[in-house]
Design a protein around this ligand. Structure first.
Ligand SMILES: [Zn+2]
Length: 410
């Protein structure tokens, strides 16, 4: 296999999580009687450009099928994040009714709705039909398709649409062909236009052993160092970067055409590049002990769960999403003996089963009814939000547990 960006042959495994089903493939009761597809879940780091990337596998259109169940608007903190972003961008760059904003992977319009409210023309590009329909119902024009260089040329440029702002949150890391994707943004960007992209920061993944952010839909694990190389190779240049708290530590990059001299380059870019270099991001040794650290987390989690089982304690979990699925599958947890059920706020997930582990997904009322002794929080990045929402488990001396970066009960 060769690097998705620089085409060098890949030699070094970063993390090998064995086999796992596609993490958003929730199962209905009927599907539990059918065979389940598992794919290798293995990541490599490129010796040449240090792009951490997943092994080649099935095509993206098999992953993002019409039953895709993630609706961004069900997360109130994510909506807040989107709203603040829109206010910041309008304040800083003065987007107006004369501007064109294009969002790639616009989901159900969770973000573009705020630009629309401010009178800025918007266009969403979203490959999953059911979330795109929800956006269109909100009055947000949305094209149901994958973004690519061909898409940018035929669906945008040839229809005289170019972006003053092209943005994408948690999509850059999720595209199989990152060169084609970045090339498409170059094609669809106006001369003085701006691109912003948010993605989880590889530095945080390594530092905090966030191995559960590895799943099949997540093709690249990105540092500023490597992203900067990728953008430069497509005639784009980063002119600012922000470090965000979202998803356990993300970056928001700001890019422009390399030839556009109207914007000053913030010192933030060079400072963060230096921080990454100091950490060793360009050195293969930096990635070498990751697998051993993952295994330690797995052993301590299994020890904890078996101990509670033997002590007759009831354990439940919160958050039926990719992180929990990667974690459960790598730990080899199956059925409801160690973890009785998983609670999720999204009605699209309730009354289904997690892929692989087959643990049932239920609504929050089940916590009040069953009074678990422990509630595992799978989305550790939302620990404070979830623990305050479920604070009532203290009434029966219930405790919370998170496993990453290390086992902690509180
Ligand atoms: Zn490479």
């Amino acid at each position: 296999m060769n690097c998705r960006f620089c085409n060098s042959e890949l030699h070094h495994v970063f993390a090998d999580l064995d086999y796992a089903p596609i993490s958003n493939a929730m199962l209905t009761n009927e599907q539990l009687n059918e065979p389940e597809l598992y794919f290798p879940l293995k990541t490599f780091v490129c010796d040449n450009c240090q792009l951490v990337q997943i092994d080649e596998m099935q095509k993206a259109d098999q992953i993002f099928d019409a039953d895709y169940t993630y609706f961004s608007s069900y997360s109130s903190s994510w909506l807040q994040h989107a709203k603040r972003y829109v206010e910041m961008m309008i304040g800083r760059f003065g987007f107006s009714s004369d501007s064109q904003v294009i969002e790639i992977a616009s989901n159900d319009g969770y973000l573009l709705q705020y630009f629309k409210e401010a009178g800025v023309p918007v266009l969403g590009v979203e490959p999953t039909a059911n979330t795109a329909e929800a956006a269109i119902d909100k009055g947000i024009p949305t094209i149901v398709d994958f973004f690519s260089t061909t898409f940018a040329q035929t669906q945008l440029v040839e229809k005289e649409i170019k972006g003053d702002l092209i943005l994408g949150n948690n999509v850059l890391a999720h595209v199989p062909d990152i060169n084609d994707f970045v090339g498409g943004m170059k094609t669809a960007l106006k001369d003085g236009g701006i691109i912003t992209m948010e993605f989880p920061h590889l530095l945080k993944l390594v530092e905090e052993c966030q191995f559960d952010t590895i799943y099949h839909e997540h093709f690249s694990y990105l540092s500023l160092y490597t992203v900067s190389k990728i953008f430069n190779s497509h005639g784009l240049e980063l002119f600012d970067v922000e470090q965000l708290q979202t998803h356990g530590g993300s970056l928001r990059i700001f890019a422009k055409h390399a030839a556009d001299t109207s914007k000053t380059i913030s010192p933030n870019v060079q400072e963060l590049l230096e921080t990454e270099m100091m950490a060793g991001i360009a050195d293969s040794n930096y990635y070498a002990d990751f697998q051993g650290r993952i295994d330690e987390i797995k052993y301590s989690a299994l020890e904890f769960l078996i101990q509670q089982k033997r002590a007759g304690k009831k354990v439940a979990a919160y958050g039926a999403a990719s992180k929990g699925n990667t974690f459960l599958n790598y730990c080899g947890i199956k059925g409801s003996d160690l973890i009785r059920f998983v609670v999720d706020a999204s009605p699209h997930k309730q009354n289904k089963h997690l892929p692989g582990s087959h643990i049932g997904v239920v609504s929050e009322e089940q916590i009040r009814e069953h009074k678990p002794d422990y509630v595992i929080i799978f989305p550790w990045n939302l620990t404070s939000e979830i623990s305050s929402q479920l604070d009532y488990i203290r009434e029966w001396d219930g405790k919370f547990v998170v496993f990453i970066p290390e086992l902690r009960e509180f």
